[in-house]
Design a protein around this ligand. Structure first.
Ligand code: AHR
Length: 501
């Protein structure tokens, strides 16, 4: 082995404040579908469960989510949204009809968590609702009436019904999804057919005086660029606030054997990271198509489903998509949020899939027990970027190599908040080498630096109900000032968040 193999790895960053872009807080959004224990057993629990509650909403999870300032919550799906009929979920709970959740485990949905309960939850969280409405099996009239029920402030049979159900004032919901995955579970449509449907549904999903809708079209499955092309060409900025994109990171490249959430080795680790970095290419290429039709960037790219998707935890219902969450998944989250921040001129909204007990969750629960996952802590460390001024940079990074393959070891994003503090979030994906990063700050005045780091002994480490703090942030004291340069040694497999005052 040559001497160089043992040398300290180095990276360099040149950061400037030459930008007019803002990192929208809505990039930090979350997703809660009627799926497995996401709603039932996650947010909405049995009356007898010994935890603090309002109505049947669990307040320990509400308080944990309030700490990370989640800006929006997407509901009721996902695939579930295109089978959901909102009228089944309003009115006295005992009279609500039951349905089969055909997408997710074939379980009985009792509709006890419906429109009012969702909006009560959003109110408790201090978050904006993002309603994903039914195009696949619903009607234009059904969608149109749901908007009226939620947003009209005058007298109508529907607003009387809303008042009788306990909410005389309009809810003023503005984020409005017109279908979900309309290329798949949302109706198996072609992009041309969906573009026509979108125009019709969006027409009758009305703006009311107190709530202008931000209509979001069902977007492409990962690299289906033709979908974006057709939607931008046939709808474009006229009646579309956002166009969505869904991309999931698998440890393997095989949907029938995705790979475990725990106990994996470096091969799965490396492959998961490599797959997560595809998000950079997807966002870049979809944005380039959008630029052709919308050079002024009026239509937002809304990545309203993203995250790591593994095999379910052994012994759990395969239809419930319950998986553990490791340091690896936190590194994917940190990397993906850096990508979104760096594309904040076009990516104005995103939702991690999903908030509690489903896929790459922020929170896991087991009856009255609750834990915060490593991914939760990434959102905690990154919340400082919400609505902050984006700071552009140039990065030189070494590669992380495994078995003849390479990925960039370091990724980063940076912003300046309204008080003038600069926040830099750095990720080192290399499983075994720390990396010394020298940052030159152009036209940025600062005196002192503080930080936090998220790492652990092993990339597969997780938080369990018995040991809930295995992967949790700690104070980071290894950042120093050298002239106007910032010197930081980022540990292997870690996320470092720095604040410069
Ligand atoms: O998040 C789980 C599922 O993944 C959603 O219901 C669907 O939209 C996607 O395929």
């Amino acid at each position: 082995m040559s001497f160089n193999s043992y040398a300290q790895k180095t990276a360099s960053i040149t950061l400037s404040n030459d930008s007019k872009d803002t990192i929208s807080r809505h990039i930090y959004g979350q997703f809660a579908e009627h799926l497995g224990r996401g709603i039932y057993g996650g947010f909405w629990v049995d009356k007898t469960l010994p935890v603090p509650k309002q109505n049947r909403i669990r307040l320990d999870v509400v308080n944990a989510l309030k700490k990370i300032k989640i800006p929006n919550l997407r509901w009721p799906g996902g695939c579930f949204a295109d089978e959901y009929h909102w009228r089944d979920g309003v009115g006295p709970s005992a009279k609500r009809p039951k349905m089969i959740n055909t997408n997710w485990g074939g379980v009985v949905e009792d509709n006890s968590f419906g429109t009012h309960e969702f909006l009560e939850l959003c109110d408790l969280l201090g978050t904006e609702p993002y309603v994903s409405a039914n195009v696949g099996s619903g009607t234009v009239e059904e969608m149109s009436k749901w908007v009226e029920y939620l947003n009209f402030d005058g007298a109508s049979p529907l607003t009387k019904e809303r008042a009788a159900n306990g909410h005389p004032k309009p809810y003023n919901v503005s984020f409005w999804g017109v279908g979900n995955e309309s290329w798949g579970c949302g109706g198996n449509m072609t992009p041309e057919y969906y573009a026509g449907e979108y125009r019709r549904y969006a027409t009758y999903a009305r703006n009311y005086p107190t709530a202008k809708l931000k209509r979001i079209a069902s977007g492409s499955n990962a690299g289906d660029y033709n979908w974006t092309e057709v939607l931008m060409k046939n709808v474009g900025p006229r009646n579309m606030w956002g166009l969505s994109l869904h991309y999931y990171t698998l440890p393997t490249n095989n949907w029938s054997k995705k790979g475990p959430a725990t106990g994996f080795g470096e091969k799965d680790y490396f492959n998961t990271l490599k797959n997560s970095l595809v998000m950079e290419e997807l966002v870049t290429k979809h944005s380039a198509i959008m630029d052709k039709y919308d050079p002024n960037k009026r239509v937002a790219l809304v990545v309203d489903e993203w995250g790591v998707w593994t095999d379910v935890e052994p012994g759990t219902n395969p239809g419930f998509l319950y998986q553990q969450n490791s340091l690896r998944d936190a590194l994917v989250a940190g990397t993906t949020l850096n990508i979104f921040n760096n594309h904040c001129d076009r990516v104005k909204m995103a939702e991690l899939a999903q908030c509690i007990n489903v896929l790459q969750a922020l929170i896991l629960t087991d009856k009255e027990k609750m834990l915060l996952t490593p991914t939760y802590y990434v959102f905690d460390m990154y919340k400082v970027h919400q609505d902050a001024k984006y700071l552009p940079f140039k990065l030189n990074t070494p590669d992380y190599e495994y078995d003849g393959n390479k990925i960039p070891a370091v990724n980063v994003s940076a912003s300046q908040d309204k008080a003038g503090k600069v926040h830099i979030t750095l990720v080192n994906l290399d499983a075994s080498s720390s990396i010394t990063v020298t940052t030159e700050l152009k036209d940025i005045i600062w005196k002192a630096v503080t930080g936090r780091v998220l790492t652990s002994g092993n990339v597969a480490d997780v938080n369990t109900f018995a040991k809930p703090m295995t992967v949790a942030p700690k104070a980071f004291n290894s950042a120093k000032r050298d002239g106007n340069k910032l010197l930081v040694t980022i540990p292997a497999k870690s996320i470092v968040a720095l604040e410069l005052n």
